[in-house]
Design a binder for this molecule. Structure first.
Ligand SMILES: [Zn+2]
Length: 220
């Protein structure tokens, strides 16, 4: 009896030790020069460009403050600390280094239902029934910027380009574009220790994120 009780009480401690905090934080608290441009909080997102007739889509977010699991924010801090020190890459000069721009991070599950209704293709939009890593705060969509000018480095596609051009294996691209995608991938996998998603060059997952809860509250 005592032994069973002991084990029952121990389980949450073991789970917590394995997965860490499930707290969601604003990554700007850790990364002061992070650029955040939550595209689903503006009318300027790819979902509006899909052939859905005259459907007027809402802004899916009410603010431009991103949230993510603490561990993911800590991983991105390592990446940004490394990128910020780059002064030259692929023959180009970056006087203040390179930085990260976030397009999406934590995404309320209700928004996942809306996105899936518009574009029910699970290669690009996770089925809300099982949920997206974004709904757990364990995924991030991002690109790189020149910290001097704020301009995005040229990548294979824009955000949410649901075509083969978004895949990591697509290489019918200018050499500097391939180099930019490689820099992002190298930093995210080697420094931040995140996992790629083969169909989308902009999407990275925190390993083990599937053990965190699906959530459904709107950012404020
Ligand atoms: Zn994503």
């Amino acid at each position: 009896m005592n032994k069973i009780l002991f084990i029952v009480f121990l389980i949450p401690l073991i789970i917590n030790a394995q997965t860490g905090s499930d707290e969601l934080i604003n990554p700007k608290e850790l990364i002061h020069d992070l650029v955040v441009d939550l595209r689903y909080g503006t009318p300027d997102h790819k979902f509006l460009n899909l052939p859905n007739g005259d459907i007027q889509l809402p802004k899916f977010y009410t603010c431009n403050e991103s949230l993510m699991l603490l561990q993911l924010a800590e991983s991105l801090k390592l990446a940004q600390d490394s990128l910020r020190n780059i002064r030259e890459y692929d023959g180009r000069i970056f006087p203040r280094g390179i930085g990260i721009k976030i397009w999406d991070a934590y995404r309320p599950r209700a928004v996942q239902y809306l996105l899936f209704e518009i574009f029910p293709n699970p290669t690009y939009v996770a089925d809300p029934a099982s949920g997206s890593m974004h709904n757990r705060g364990g995924a991030v969509d991002l690109t790189l910027v020149d910290l001097e000018t704020g301009k995005e480095l040229e990548m294979p596609t824009l955000f949410d380009d649901f075509s083969q051009k978004s895949a990591h294996t697509y290489n019918d691209l200018a050499p500097h574009v391939i180099a930019n995608r490689k820099l992002l991938r190298d930093v995210m996998t080697n420094i931040a220790k995140l996992s790629i998603y083969s169909s989308e060059w902009w999407h990275y997952n925190l390993s083990g994120a599937s053990s965190f809860p699906l959530r459904d509250f709107q950012m404020k």
